[in-house]
Structures are given as C-alpha cells and as structure tokens.
Design a binder for this molecule. Structure first.
Ligand code: PEP
Ligand code: MN
Length: 442
C-alpha cells in the first residue's frame, strides 16, 4: 500500500505564509526534495524507543531551546551555550529522578512561528507579522515582512550546520559528565540561590567520586545522545524533507528527529494533523487549557492507532493557574483508554504576559508553579510526569523575570534578544533544574 503523503493538501492549513511568488516556492521545494536528509530514519526510531521508556515511566524528557531560532544567532557560541545549559540541567535531573534523561533540542530547525494576529502595529504603522526566519524578516519594514520562499533553503542549510556542530559537541568530549558537573559546581558557587543547591551538587559529586574509585568509566560518561526537534508548521518544507526509509519503505520527515504540532494548528480535520499522521517520526502535540479529553482521545486514534509507546507526546501548556484544574481529566481519560503517551509539561506558553514596558515576559515563579502542578497531578493519579519542554538560551539575557538573580520588569530592556517569546536565561534554566530536582524529594 502506498502512503499518500499529500492528503493534507485537501485540508485547511492554518498559519501558512501567503507566499507572493508560488513559482519561486515550487522551485525551492523542488530543490529541497533533492537535498540529503538532515537526520536518519534509524535515529528517529531510536528516539521513539527512548520516548517509549518515557511513556512507561522509565525515563524523563528534557526538551528545550529558543522559541524561535534565527539565522543571525546561529553561531558556534550560541549553540555551545545552549547545549551546555541543557546538559547541565540533564545531569541534575538524571541524578534526582534516578532515570535516564532523554535530551531533545528545540534546535536545528525551529525557524517558523505560528502567530495569534496576522499583522503587527507600531506607532500607527501596520505590517504583516513576523512568522520566523523561515518565512520573513524580523525587521519592522514592509520589505522584510514579505514572505520569501528562498528562506526555506536557508533553514535547511542552517539546520544542517547546527546539527553537524551539535553532533560534534555531544560526541567529541564537550559533553563529558565530569566536565558538566564541574560547570554545575561553578553555577552553585556563583548563584545567589546556590546555598539551596549545595546539598544536591555535593551528592552528585560524591556519586561521581564513588564511581571513579570503583574504576567505572563507561562510554556514557563521555558522550550523550542528543536529538533535534521543531514545530512542524510550514507544511511545504516538512513535506519536501519527507523521505521513504530504504530499510522499511516507510516515510520519515527527515527535517528533525521529532516534530510537534502547535496549539494553533492541532485541528483534527486540519492539514497539520493529517500530515504528521503519515510520517513515522515521534510526534508531539501541544495541548492548551481548552483541550477536551475527547479531542485528546481523537488525536490518539488519528496519530497513534497502533498504541506504540513513544510515538505520541502530549505537551501540555495550561498556565500555572489552570494546570491543577484542567490536566487531571485529560490524564485520567487518556489513561483509561489504555493509550501510553508521554506527558510533558511546557510551563512557558500558558504564562506569558506583557510588562508595562511592552516586553512579552514570564515570571519564573509561574513557570516553576506550573511544573509543580504538573507533578502534583501526576502523583495524585499515579501516572508519570514524563518531562519538561522549556524555552531557554545559554546566554545571560533578560527576558523572564525572577529566578536566583531576581530579575525585575525594569531589567527586561537590558538584554532582551528573543525574536519571539521570552526565554529562561542560563541561570534561570539551571535554577529550574535544581528546583524540579527538589520536587523528587518532596
Ligand atoms: C511554541 O512552542 O513556541 C509555541 C508557539 O507554542 P504553542 O503552540 O504551545 O503556543
Ligand atoms: Mn514560543
């Protein structure tokens, strides 16, 4: 049976750019179709296995990176700092949860953004909204905001370069466990909240010393498995990178190991859900506070008819004030149906507000509280809090308020660099990891 990878074309596709030149788009798509895959199908299967362990309660997912990657910020330093932060968080979480942490970046392909409004108004001037570097430019000029299909080729090449460097960093010694632990010790020393983290860091230190004394030095201490993911938003791009795996004859979207469908495009009868139902990668779906249990069950039927653990990840983004009310019914009904999905908490997107300065921001305490609520609900129901999905950067930006250094709204202007949503900075990300680790002890 041949799988129809174009069935989505007959369905409404939300959030697609209004490309001014469709012939140019066709040329770009034709070129993308000839280019090598960015990831291999076998790697996607391996991630699906790892996520299967998450679904069974035997592993934890740490997924994170920028809200929107940009071509301008695609540098070695930027990637190194993000990876460093993710690896540091992963060590703390691995120790605290005593289960493997599956590491997945919002990295190497996260270039397209769904938007709530089609236009942006500044000082009375109205322009099309920025939809990510995959589509148009961030600069507030009419020229920059015109969608340009050639950007999709740039996304491909930027993603290839990022993945190449990420593979080098994570297998070439940079991810060495002792090194990562030493960075954590530095963080604990420098953070105003460090005293609170000292005990945990000390325990990890002794565990490592014990293993060293035993002569244990496994390969896993020196390299890490790292996977890429992004929102599958621009369907022409995702379709062009979808290839038939020669081993199995099945289609994989080779733009990333895992792709997810966002809160604004998860319509059951829409093009996005149709498209991802056809590919064999692990799939995520964001679930906001209005998601009904029936919708979640219908998504499972459509995306995971075989009930394959690791195939489907529900990334809930409810808001700190709603998670304890909304999540229980969803988890209960999905569990009762017999499906095994990964439950992952995105504590970012339900907690965004505008500061008086006009900056989009989030309070660290709200982020933490949503994760806390997520753990509480799963504990209550006896289900597995499978992971966290975070918008972060490895740099010392000032985009979210709170955290160990207690950033306030008046600080936001000092280093606000996000092209879209506010990210936890390096120390806020590590604060979060240590505080989530504490949740395992409560
Ligand atoms: C995002 O992850 O950046 C995003 C837009 O999320 P959501 O679809 O949950 O709003
Ligand atoms: Mn975002």
């Amino acid at each position: 049976m041949t799988i129809d990878l174009d069935s989505w074309r007959n369905l409404p596709a939300a959030q697609q750019p209004d490309w001014p030149d469709v012939d140019e788009l066709a040329r770009v798509v034709a070129e993308l179709e000839t280019l090598p895959p960015l990831v291999f199908a076998g790697e996607c299967d391996q991630l699906k296995q790892r996520l299967g362990a998450v679904a069974r309660g035997e592993a934890f997912l740490l997924q994170g990176g920028d809200c929107a990657e940009t071509f301008a910020a695609n540098s070695a330093d930027n990637l190194r700092n993000k990876l460093k932060t993710l690896l540091q968080m992963a060590v703390v979480l691995t120790y605290a949860a005593s289960i493997p942490v599956v590491k997945v970046g919002r990295i190497a392909g996260q270039y397209a953004k769904p938007r709530s409004k089609p236009v942006e108004v500044r000082d009375g001037v109205e322009l099309p909204v920025y939809r990510g570097d995959a589509v148009n430019g961030l600069e507030f000029t009419p020229e920059a905001r015109v969608p340009d299909p050639k950007r999709l080729l740039k996304v491909y090449h930027a993603s290839a370069a990022t993945l190449n460097l990420a593979r080098a960093f994570t297998t070439g010694g940079y991810a060495d466990l002792r090194q990562v632990h030493a960075w954590n010790q530095d963080f604990v020393k420098e953070s105003p909240a460090g005293e609170r983290y000292e005990r945990l860091a000390g325990e990890i230190d002794r565990a490592l010393a014990f293993m060293r004394a035993c002569g244990a030095d496994p390969e896993e201490f020196h390299t890490v498995e790292f996977y890429s993911s992004h929102e599958a938003l621009i369907l022409e791009y995702e379709r062009a990178l979808t290839r038939i795996d020669s081993r199995t004859g099945l289609p994989y979207d080779t733009s990333a190991h895992m792709v997810w469908v966002g809160e604004r495009t998860r319509d059951l009868n829409g093009a996005h859900i149709e498209f991802v139902s056809k590919i064999r990668n692990p799939i995520g779906v964001k679930l906001g506070p209005k998601t009904s249990p029936e919708h979640a069950l219908a998504l499972i039927d459509k995306l995971d008819p075989e009930r394959e653990p690791g195939r489907l990840t529900f990334i809930t983004r409810m808001g700190a004030d709603k998670i304890r009310d909304v999540l229980p019914a969803l988890v209960e009904k999905v569990t009762a149906s017999g499906a095994q999905v990964c439950w992952v908490c995105d504590p970012m997107h339900g907690n965004t507000y505008e500061a008086p300065s006009g900056h989009k921001t989030r309070r660290f305490d709200d982020v933490l509280d949503e994760v806390k609520g997520f753990f509480e609900v799963h504990r209550e129901l006896g289900t597995h809090p499978g992971g966290i999905h975070i918008e972060l950067t490895g740099d010392d930006v000032t985009e979210c308020v709170g955290g160990g250094f207690d950033l306030v709204e008046d600080d936001l202007h000092t280093r606000y660099e996000s092209a879209c949503d506010p990210r936890l900075n390096r120390s806020q990300s590590l604060d979060l990891a240590f505080l989530v680790a504490e949740m395992y002890r409560e």
